[in-house]
Design a protein around this ligand. Structure first.
Ligand code: SF4
Length: 412
């Protein structure tokens, strides 16, 4: 299990840029994205420059260890537009010389000229959304590419010299089954990606496939069937040399996504663009979701986000929730000492109970979720939160009970 020590240490501070355009919306997707248009791109590029100007002073002296262009479909931008976006980054922020720079790409949009442009800019990692290698499933999911396209995109990227490639897959959607999942996994792993992400389908109510599923017009896979698909994923990726370093993410040694490790280790990341969420100097913020609302705020000099300071307890909760998704779990050496102490104060008893009940495993450095519970990691984390709350409530009850005695002693 990972992530390796080196990868965790290299994941220091991230910069995220949201690119809110897609050729067409997929049937399951509720991300903040819209159709690509010349006017939309122009407005976006001008507004993101304004946001960079606004946020740059707060990041003065920071060398970002990762930059991530996510979306939407960043690869939908023309080369000249991506170059302008990259210039905005370089003009306002310091990117560490060894930084991981990732760009999310739809396989359909990948061309040699674009790959050249990305490589010239310094992009050194590409993440391709494949989802499935079955033509019928791709059509049902509303993807714009066919099953052959990811292999073609991989070959072009390898020829261009890209050494860190990732694939995104989806499982457990209506109509999905073990046979097609095995075929998809075989095809995906035959491309020898350094990294693979696989997410279980979630029916989002505002999407055609999600709404149909929730209304019962599409057959939902039961949780046992989804768990079987997940077990197959873990077995096949493991056999291919990719370790499950996070619940939904698998990598060869050294292939872990540095940028996502920043999130899971709850380190600072600055985020720009519509719907982007950041964590900066102990404050969480969310940019306005729609391109129009976000750009308008920046054009008028108004706040483009909503922010909220995170309390010490809130930070401990987030740390536990995020780190327990990692293969290495919650490890003392990943967190500053005061944060670790606060965390143990709040969660120590609940974590020990989790080990006693075999939901968690004690490690040399902390705690991780037992392998057989990883598919239901969110349930284990919810249980842990509830257990910590009940321990805290009983502690405060004991303290409250002690006050009158202490007061009585003082009075006496
Ligand atoms: S390409 Fe990605 S971001 Fe765009 S609609 Fe499809 S799933 Fe959503």
């Amino acid at each position: 299990l990972g992530p390796a020590r080196g990868a965790r240490d290299e994941a220091r501070v991230g910069l995220y840029l949201h690119v809110p355009f897609c050729a067409r919306r997929c049937a399951y997707c509720d991300f903040a994205t819209g159709t690509l248009s010349a006017a939309g791109v122009e407005r976006y590029l001008a507004a993101i420059e304004r946001e960079a100007e606004r946020r740059a002073p707060g990041a003065d002296g920071v060398a970002f260890s990762s930059v991530f262009f996510g979306g939407g479909t960043p690869s939908a931008l023309a080369g000249r537009h991506f170059t302008r976006l990259w210039k905005t980054v370089r003009d306002h922020f310091r990117v560490a010389p060894d930084a991981e720079v990732t760009l999310e790409a739809n396989p359909e949009t990948v061309r040699s000229s674009l790959l050249e442009c990305w490589a010239r800019a310094g992009v050194n990692r590409l993440s391709f959304g494949a989802q499935s290698f079955d033509a019928g499933e791709l059509a049902r999911l509303g993807r714009i590419h066919g099953p052959e396209r990811p292999a073609e995109a991989f070959a072009l990227a390898r020829a261009q010299g890209f050494r860190r490639l990732s694939l995104d897959l989806m499982f457990g959607f209506p109509g999905h089954g073990m046979d097609s999942w095995r075929r998809t996994l075989d095809r995906a792993l035959s491309l020898e990606p350094e990294h693979l992400s696989a997410y279980c389908f979630i029916p989002e109510p505002d999407t055609p496939l999600g709404a149909a599923t929730l209304a019962g017009r599409e057959a939902v896979l039961d949780p046992e069937a989804q768990a079987d698909l997940y077990a197959e994923l873990v077995a096949r990726t493991g056999a291919a040399g990719l370790a499950g370093y996070e619940t939904s993410n698998f990598a060869r040694p050294g292939g872990e996504c540095r940028h996502h490790l920043v999130y899971w280790l709850r380190r600072d990341y600055l985020a720009l663009g519509p719907s982007a969420h950041g964590l900066w100097n102990g404050e969480r913020y969310a940019d306005h979701r729609g391109l129009g609302a976000w750009a308008l705020a920046l054009e008028r000099g108004l706040p483009c986000d909503e922010s909220e300071a995170v309390t010490r307890e809130g930070a401990a909760d987030e740390t536990v929730m995020l780190a327990l998704r990692l293969g290495t779990g919650l490890a003392a050496s990943d967190h500053p000492r005061p944060a670790w102490r606060a965390l143990m104060g709040r969660y120590g008893e609940a974590l020990a109970r989790g080990v006693a009940e075999r939901r968690l495993v004690a490690t040399t450095e902390g705690f991780r979720i037992a392998a057989r519970h990883r598919f239901v990691a969110d349930d284990v984390i919810a249980w842990l939160m509830a257990a910590a709350e009940s321990h805290a409530a009983s502690r405060s009850h004991e303290v409250r009970g002690a006050v009158p005695l202490a007061a009585a002693a003082a009075a006496g």
